[in-house]
Design a protein around this ligand. Structure first.
Ligand SMILES: NC(=O)c1ccc[n+]([C@@H]2O[C@H](COP(=O)([O-])OP(=O)(O)OC[C@H]3O[C@@H](n4cnc5c(N)ncnc54)[C@H](OP(=O)(O)O)[C@@H]3O)[C@@H](O)[C@H]2O)c1
Length: 311
């Protein structure tokens, strides 16, 4: 589509003649706008295309439980072909059987995402399954070690860094050619509210999530030229196996509710619906954003339980 025709379909009120009087600097900006208008008008011409992942391919790390599992099911439900991984073959095989019986197009690999060689193998598998093209990369694997900072050992520090940050950095590097080849890539990171606010005994884990947040923004700018978007979701407490133990303490749970304006825990599907939206063509102008899924926890200021009597 020519520059003028593309702009015309994008903003019909602009007359073609008005384009000729713009400076050359401005016309460069128009050209790039036309490119996106042209691609959006060809790929999203009907509402169904904007809200569908049919024909798209996705890799979700850590997809057998919790948030990752909900993401696998949400993306497959929107029509994507999904590949996932976990460290337990028993659990992965059980999930694959269940997804198969539900008619969801999901495949899987055993992979410890914190191990470099296993990441290399995972991306090789994904590349051969999906013909060298990947539309969606969900960097979901993460871990937590709750300890006061002075008690964190060197080994624990390394485990947090390698699982939560080095692994996602390397997977992005490895997946870049596949995402670029797809022509329309989307990366979503599972961050945490701990990347924004202080949570007790989680200074190092919070630092890894803060690193993810800045990496999200930097990749959004660096890889925009390859039509790869980069966003993150930042949950507060979501009912999963990771936090089962800490939330089994009733007093602790009460404190969680008191800090959460919506007064409840999140469900994995509260996160997966946002992740799916960030992968859909409908969100194709959103990049570099970190969105909290937290019942309002991160914006909660001072809300005393006791009202001061009015005079
Ligand atoms: N739940 C929350 O309240 C919460 C809040 C904020 C952020 N998050 C973040 O959300 C993400 C998912 O957490 P979740 O609560 O859903 O955890 P989860 O219930 O423990 O599930 C984790 C999933 O990832 C897999 N996994 C874990 N480590 C892995 C590794 N090294 N390599 C490959 N697969 C691995 C697990 O399977 P295997 O164990 O079999 O490998 C499982 O499928 C994490 O990044 C976490 O930091 C969670």
């Amino acid at each position: 589509m020519s520059q003028i025709a593309a702009l015309h379909s994008f903003r019909p009120t602009v007359s073609p003649s008005s384009l000729h009087v713009r400076s050359s600097r401005h016309s460069v900006r128009i050209r790039s706008q036309s490119a996106s208008a042209s691609s959006s008008s060809s790929t999203c011409s009907r509402d169904g295309d904007r809200w569908s992942l049919h024909g798209k391919t996705a890799l979700v790390t850590g997809g057998t439980r919790g948030i990752g599992r909900a993401i696998v099911e949400e993306l497959a439900g929107f029509g994507a072909r999904v590949h996932t991984c976990s460290r337990s073959d028993t659990e992965l095989n059980r999930c694959l059987r269940e997804w198969g019986s539900e008619g969801l197009a999901v495949t899987g690999s055993i992979c410890d995402a914190s191990v470099r060689d296993e990441r290399l193998e995972l991306i090789e598998t994904v590349s051969s399954f999906f013909g060298g093209k990947l539309n969606i990369l969900i960097n979901n694997v993460g871990t937590n070690i709750r300890k006061p900072t002075v008690e964190v050992s060197h080994e624990e520090f390394s485990r947090l860094m390698s699982t939560n940050f080095e692994s996602i950095f390397h997977l992005c590097q490895l997946a870049h050619p596949l995402l670029k080849a797809s022509g329309m890539g989307s990366i979503v990171f599972t961050s945490s509210v701990s990347g924004f606010v202080s949570l007790k005994s989680m200074a190092v884990q919070g630092a890894t999530k803060g690193a993810i947040n800045q990496f999200t923004r930097s990749l959004a700018c660096e890889w925009a030229k390859d039509n790869i978007r980069s966003n993150a979701v930042a949950p507060w407490y979501i009912k999963t196996s990771m936090v089962e133990q800490v939330l089994s303490n009733e007093e602790y749970l009460e404190e969680v509710y008191s800090r959460t304006p919506l007064q409840r825990l999140g469900d994995p599907r509260d996160v997966s619906s946002l992740v799916a939206f960030l992968c859909l063509p409908a969100s194709s102008y959103i990049t570099g954003q970190i969105i909290c899924v937290d019942g309002g926890m991160s914006v909660n200021g001072f809300d005393p339980r006791h009202d001061i009597p009015r005079s």
